[in-house]
Design a protein around this ligand. Structure first.
Ligand SMILES: Cc1cc2nc3c(=O)[nH]c(=O)nc-3n(C[C@H](O)[C@H](O)[C@H](O)COP(=O)(O)OP(=O)(O)OC[C@H]3O[C@@H](n4cnc5c(N)ncnc54)[C@H](O)[C@@H]3O)c2cc1C
Length: 409
């Protein structure tokens, strides 16, 4: 690497401009303004917009975070509150999908437990806001880095080099930052794929979401604005290609077999895309002058729509630790700051990973005894009001063991 004195300097270098990286950049700049230099690099910053119309379920604590950042008011109209969740458990050919669990959407008066948010729109608005707030945006990827006691030298693929006080890896599940740091990642494949697409329907969904547990995996219909829904259809990996190759009419027929006919005539508004599903957890969330957030630190099954929500909780805690240290005039990249971040986040991330992994194992099978036991369990939870309420509040991030989270502004 080049002589460090000649390198451009920044305080926080964020590698990865997905939702987690951009949110962290914005949180830091909004809190510390010109006193902290924040740089974010991602080769996708200047890439042409894709036709990826994915939407994700944003939990109530994440919605509040975006509200405080001023992002929520400008995207709210395009986001759909989930007013009710219905869970069924059956075989594909069963004539009816028996309902085992339902819950209403509000965790607090006027606060839905989750909203469906278009990912592309959120990234566009975050990028604009980060730019306006003074985040240095670079359309490039991190190729290498080397930490010494006082800083980390970061080399970009385009040849530029920078010196930072802290490097944050928010570069997704295949994180190069994690690998370059030599941090091992315990992972396994579910041998399933999440097939995602948008459908239109004749009748309104009324804000209701449904998750049908089928032997191949969960099939979720999640409401979008208007008479539209997003599908997350889990299938065994070896069946995915043959499904993706089908005509629109053949796919609609398969969707009707799973979701039923109650929404009237269905149409495909986007072609399906398949995402391989893996579990993964990094051995450490931190390294020398390094912190990992979001999928770079942990990947979970989308069965409960929690992956990004867990990542946003990482970001809120890390931002809080950095803001605190910077406010006291301390070095933001020290072990003390990073340790506090890891301690606050590791348990919650491992817990959600274990819960989603367990749910997928419990429901993605057709074993009679297991089916009877899980249906009994769901039925009991459905009848136990306080327990059900607590579980929903926990998933919405309202009830949590992590102190101070999402309060870093
Ligand atoms: C089918 C499916 C459905 C899901 N549904 C939900 C849901 O409803 N709710 C929910 O909370 N979560 C959901 N998730 C999980 C969610 O999509 C992820 O957790 C989330 O996108 C991770 O965000 P991230 O910012 O950590 O990483 P990413 O979104 O993967 O972003 C990483 C960024 O890093 C950039 N990058 C890569 N390498 C480098 C490098 N070397 N240098 C610089 N930049 C780099 C990439 O270009 C990319 O922009 C779902 C996942 C799947 C597969």
């Amino acid at each position: 690497m080049r002589d460090k004195s000649a390198m451009q300097r920044t305080d926080v270098m964020i590698a990865g401009g997905g939702v987690t990286g951009l949110t962290l950049a914005l949180l830091l700049k909004r809190a510390l303004g010109g006193t902290l230099r924040v740089t974010l690099c991602d080769p996708m910053i200047k890439a042409a917009p894709t036709d990826d119309d994915r939407a994700f379920a944003l939990a109530a604590d994440g919605r509040k975070l975006f509200d405080r950042l001023g992002i929520w008011p400008i995207i709210e109209e395009a986001c759909q509150p989930i007013t009710e969740m219905v869970i069924t458990d059956s075989r594909l050919d069963d004539p009816v999908r028996a309902v085992f669990l339902t819950f209403g959407g509000e965790v607090e008066p006027g606060e839905s437990f989750a909203h469906m948010v278009p990912q592309g729109l959120l990234i566009e608005k975050l990028l604009f806001a980060a730019d306006q707030a003074g985040v240095q945006l670079i359309s490039d990827r991190v190729k290498r880095f080397k930490a010494d006691g006082s800083s980390v030298a970061v080399m970009l693929a385009g040849g530029d080099e920078m010196k930072a006080g802290l490097l944050v890896g928010s570069d997704g599940g295949q994180s190069a930052i994690r690998e370059l740091a030599g941090i091992s990642f315990y992972q396994w494949s579910y041998k399933q794929a999440g097939i995602v697409m948008t459908i239109g329907h004749e009748r309104p969904h009324g804000g209701q979401a449904e998750e049908h547990f089928l032997p191949a995996g969960p099939f979720a219909r999640l409401p979008l604005t208007g008479n539209r829904s997003s599908l997350v259809w889990t299938e065994a990996q070896d069946r995915v290609d043959s499904l993706l190759d089908r005509s629109d009419a053949a796919l609609i027929e398969q969707i009707e077999r799973r979701a039923g006919l109650k929404l009237g005539v269905l149409s495909l508004l986007s072609r399906p895309r398949a995402y391989p599903l893996n579990f993964g957890i990094a051995r450490r969330f931190i390294g020398e002058r390094l912190a990992l957030v979001g999928d770079a630190a942990h990947m979970v099954h989308p069965i409960a729509g929690q992956g990004l929500n867990i990542g946003l909780r990482d970001v809120a805690v890390l931002a809080e630790r950095i803001i605190e240290a910077a406010g006291l005039g301390l070095d933001i990249g020290t072990v003390t700051v990073l340790d506090a971040y890891e301690k606050a986040r590791r348990f919650d991330a491992v817990l959600f990973g274990a819960v989603t992994d367990g749910l997928n194992r419990l429901f993605s099978n057709d074993h009679l005894t297991v089916r009877l036991a899980r249906d009994l369990g769901l039925g009991i939870v459905d009848r136990m009001g306080p327990l059900k309420k607590r579980m929903i509040r926990r998933a919405a991030g309202i009830e949590t063991a992590t102190p101070g989270r999402m309060r870093c502004l």
